[in-house]
Design a protein around this ligand. Structure first.
Ligand code: AMP
Ligand code: ZN
Length: 468
């Protein structure tokens, strides 16, 4: 498989450090609010990479953090008058719900910054010992110029950075030895969460957490480090500086960055206010449609978020699911029979298409082309699977469409929604159970309905229900 490496600006053959194993670290969201559709793009893209590598037989160790200590979280906590852990815990749960809706698999580990403080203190100490870090008034800085490779990922020259960063030098940071130096540890301010450290109470800098979690859960050298392209500089550049200075070895072999999800040709972001949360969009479309929409473009191409494009994705996905259902219906009726000559030939075409799907995915995860191949397979299925088909023939198509959709994280089996009559019947059964004081049965029915997204409300006029 070839992957585009931001570091070398080339597509390179992917060679894992250890045969058969891949360690991937993906920078996760800062949890101060519900995630927006832009945040969902790296989640979906790199979950698809993980699924494809797993399909190729790799044992994938997938690590993705939650940044649960940050200015924005503290700000929100102060607004609500609660501890910042209340905010971060709430939005971690919300993010997990959205990720499940988008069919993003749980990471092997989802570390949280606040639970990795000892590792961060240890890394700062190592950097101090090696002369890469210094403390002034309770703040610990990284001595950027000492790290000779600084700028190698973002292809920036130190001199360019110098002129840019002079204006960035904000009050309170005049104490830095050099304007390029960045924070590893910041001292506690009133009302902020803080941890004890040899440099006084405080909290870690954002860049440091990823360096430490990648080291702890994957190792000093990781195979693939990924995130949105806004993270290349300074976040990933700083991670490289910290990790390589502390560990004395290369940090990540392949750097992958997704392009932005845009809206009216601007990056979708919280700060610009031009965002939709995943939850909002989930009320209008099945989230599977959103996943399909995200994968319909190559991850390094910008993608515009518009109703027309989502409608097109909805229709496209519908074509695939209908094709699958048609093949399934045919398989249920089909007879066990020897494959006919013509079927054999078509199965060879199917095999060739499957190879074409893999070639697309092998070419730097080209999900756009991979989806076109699924359309070709569905077309072949629609035009050749029918009443006269043998069971084995139908099954090959079913299996193939199901498997390839599965790699993209798309479910081919639709969840059956409960119909109103079925709901009414269950409510009546629950009413009878309650009359007979069989409360455990009554509760079981209520829970069953809840699982199917139906909430009950006991009112004076009887039981009312609604879809949630
Ligand atoms: P944040 O919570 O801002 O640190 O973002 C979490 C992840 O979402 C990072 O990998 C970002 O690069 C990514 N991200 C944020 N906005 C967008 C966007 N509009 N399009 C694509 N990725 C984004
Ligand atoms: Zn990170």
């Amino acid at each position: 498989m070839k992957l585009y490496n931001t570091m070398t600006r080339k597509k390179e053959e992917f060679i894992p450090i250890q045969e058969g194993k891949v360690g991937i670290y993906v920078c996760g969201p800062t949890v101060y609010d519900r995630i927006h559709m832009g945040n969902a793009r790296p989640m979906i893209v790199f979950d698809t990479l993980r699924r494809y590598l797993t399909y190729q037989g790799y044992d994938v160790n997938y690590v993705s953090n939650f940044t649960d200590v940050d200015d924005k979280i503290i700000h929100r906590a102060n607004e609500e008058g609660v501890e910042s852990s209340v905010i971060s815990e709430r939005y971690i749960e919300e993010a997990k719900k959205d990720m499940a809706g988008l069919n993003v698999q749980e990471a092997t580990v989802h570390p949280k910054a606040t639970e990795e403080i000892p590792e961060m203190l240890a890394m700062i100490q190592t950097l101090m010992d090696k002369g890469y870090a210094y403390e002034v008034n309770g703040t610990v800085y990284f001595r950027t110029r000492k790290f000779k490779d600084y700028g190698k990922l973002s292809h920036k020259k130190l001199d360019e950075l110098m002129s840019g960063s002079r204006s960035l030098k904000v009050s309170g940071e005049e104490e830095k030895e050099d304007s390029l130096d960045f924070v590893l540890w910041k001292p506690k301010k009133k009302g902020e969460p803080a941890w004890a450290s040899p440099w006084g109470e405080g909290r870690p800098g954002w860049h440091l957490e990823c360096s430490c979690m990648a080291k702890k859960y994957i190792g000093n050298v990781i195979d693939i480090h990924a995130g949105g392209e806004d993270l290349i500089f300074p976040h990933h550049e700083n991670e490289i500086a910290q990790s390589e200075a502390a560990n004395g070895t290369e940090f990540a072999r392949y750097w992958m960055h997704n392009a932005f999800l845009r809206i009216d040709n601007e990056k979708m972001s919280k700060s610009l206010g031009n965002f939709f949360t995943v939850r909002e969009i989930g009320e209008r479309y099945p989230l599977q449609v959103i996943r399909f929409f995200m994968l319909s473009a190559h991850y390094r191409s910008p993608l515009n978020f518009s109703d027309e494009l989502i409608e097109a994705a909805k229709n496209g996905l519908e074509r695939i699911l209908t094709g699958y259902e048609k093949a399934k219906a045919a398989a249920e009726r089909a007879m066990q029979a020897e494959l006919r000559e013509e079927e054999r030939e078509n199965l060879q075409r199917l095999e060739a298409l499957k190879n074409k799907f893999e070639e697309a995915m092998d070419d730097d995860l080209n999900t756009a082309d991979a989806i076109s191949v699924i359309f070709e397979i569905v077309r072949l299925s629609n035009t050749t699977v029918g009443e006269a088909s043998s069971k084995a023939y139908c099954d090959e198509f079913l299996h193939c469409i199901g498997e390839l959709c599965g790699i993209l994280g798309l479910e081919t089996e639709r969840e059956q929604e409960l119909l109103a009559d079925e709901i009414e019947a269950l409510i009546e059964e629950r009413t009878q159970a309650r009359k007979q004081k069989d409360f455990s049965r009554a509760d079981a029915i209520r829970n069953l309905l809840l699982e199917k997204g139906i909430a009950l409300e006991d009112t004076r006029e009887g039981v009312k229900w609604k879809r949630i």
